[in-house]
Design a protein around this ligand. Structure first.
Ligand code: GDP
Ligand code: MG
Length: 435
């Protein structure tokens, strides 16, 4: 596992055309989402170029003047090496190629940025196949342009975001890509059957206490994850945080031990072709015994987002998993009076919800208690006697139960324990045999 947080930053610039049909708020929201997504891939976006136009420039997406401005910035002003231009739309292969040629930087459009994140986060075989289908679909029309770039004068593409996989695809012709997509689709159908068995296995693992964070990008999922698990160092570098499976234990450790996992997050401006692969990356949510649905209470559009999240969770069959709604960023909702008003309104509309700020440690501690309480619901208290002759079983006790009290006498030790009924029964049987 990579833990080196001193990794050199990878610099990028963002660029976007604002069409007349898009208002300033929508435009800025989409751009800031793009910057968040870029951060997930390890990019530091140091400058954003925007241009109002009645349509995209057919040659290079942005008008020629803006392209020159970017070229000038990248080569004379930036003061660091700019690895990529991130474009907040899906653009055509030739637009991308022209932009690359004129600026000397790799171009990643919105679709590609998102695809790379999905690629890094797909865990199950079905999710990987689903993401590969989307990648192939994206690559197919771009092969010719990529081949043009690949000559001796072709730019060396950076390794960021798994460009390597794209390169190997340049050798395949379109027919091969079509065949591969068909093959993957068959595999996915076959995997549906496998999923059913996985479900059954998951049921067996119910004993394992696991929580998954779901919700829109920028709601504060990773921040909460960090606060709940104390994994400051690892999450500090977004690139490695994404490549690692983001699963950590609740900290300080609890009984039972609770695993917390982060998910990719819903994207407001998700290109159509990526819907299926996005859903597949939510597999994690299906494995959890409890979902934490994180909502940015300070986002004016949160109600619609909440609905979409509910719908999608239902579609993937995760609506049966118990769920806790967390309205986060309450500190970001106006002054104290406005915060109180907002909190009261949320509590009235969503009974059982949590209203909090991931930046307030005491509220994070409360959430942690609430999570633990959820998993302790099924636990029972019991007294067990462990004779001295069976002291080798002490470790079993401490590993599997919460010890509320331990008293010793001449014959052995009395334990007052809290744990799952099955676990306590198992211990009792072992003690009987050993005693
Ligand atoms: N004001 C405020 N900002 C927050 C809170 N939680 C997260 N943030 C900020 O919101 C941004 C997105 O957070 P992040 O955890 O990356 O969101 P994710 O995309 O859901 O994982 C970051 O800049 C966080 O610092 C909160 O409770 N209050
Ligand atoms: Mg995140």
């Amino acid at each position: 596992m990579q833990t080196d947080v001193k990794e050199k930053p990878i610099y990028a610039v963002a660029a976007a055309v604002q069409l007349p049909s898009v208002n300033d708020i929508e435009f800025e929201a989409s751009l800031s989402e793009l910057r968040e997504l870029a951060k997930t891939l390890g990019f530091t976006v140091i400058r954003t170029f925007i241009q109002k136009r009645s349509g995209f420039d057919t040659t290079g997406y942005l008008g020629v003047g803006k392209r020159q401005e970017i070229e000038h910035f990248v080569n004379n002003e930036a003061g660091c090496e700019i690895e990529a231009i991130l474009v907040d739309h899906e653009i055509s292969p030739s637009q991308a190629r022209n932009l690359e040629k004129e600026t000397g930087c790799s171009v990643m459009d919105r679709t590609m940025v998102i695809l790379e994140i999905f690629h890094n986060n797909a865990r199950s075989r079905a999710a990987k196949a689903q993401v590969e289908i989307a990648r192939l679909g994206y690559m197919a029309p771009r092969l010719r342009e990529m081949a043009k770039l690949a000559g001796p004068q072709g730019r060396q593409r950076s390794g960021v975001g798994g460009r390597g996989a794209g390169e190997s695809h340049t050798e395949l012709d379109r027919r091969k890509i079509r065949d591969r997509i068909a093959e993957l689709q068959l595999e996915i159908v076959a995997m549906e059957a496998e999923r059913k068995t996985q479900r059954a296995r998951r049921q067996e693992r119910q004993g394992l206490a696991s929580v998954a964070l779901v919700g829109y990008t920028n709601a504060g999922k990773s921040t909460l994850m960090r606060a709940l698990t104390g994994s400051e160092v690892l999450v500090a570098n977004k690139l490695f945080a994404t490549l690692d499976t983001t699963v950590r234990t609740l900290h300080p450790e609890s009984v039972p031990r609770v695993l917390v996992s982060d998910t990719v997050g819903f994207i407001k401006n998700l290109p159509h072709g990526l819907v299926a692969s996005f859903k597949s990356t939510l597999d994690e949510a299906l494995d959890a015994s409890l979902l934490l649905h994180v909502i940015d209470a300070s986002d004016p559009g949160f109600e619609r987002q909440l609905e979409v999240t509910d719908e999608v969770l239902k579609e993937i069959g995760a609506d049966v998993v118990p769920r806790l709604c967390i309205f986060n960023k309450i500190d970001h909702v106006g002054d104290a009076a406005e915060q109180a008003e907002c909190e009261a309104a949320l509590r009235a509309q969503y009974p059982d919800c949590v209203v909090m700020s991931a930046r307030r440690p005491e509220e994070v501690a409360k959430l942690r208690q609430k999570i633990i309480a959820f998993f302790q619901q099924g636990l029972v208290e019991s007294e067990l006697f462990l004779p001295w002759s069976a002291q080798q079983l002490r470790r079993e006790i401490y590993a599997n139960c919460e010890v509320l009290e331990e008293r010793a006498d001449e014959d052995g030790a009395f334990f007052r324990l809290r744990g799952e009924p099955g676990v306590l029964e198992g211990l009792r049987e072992q003690f009987a045999k050993a005693g």
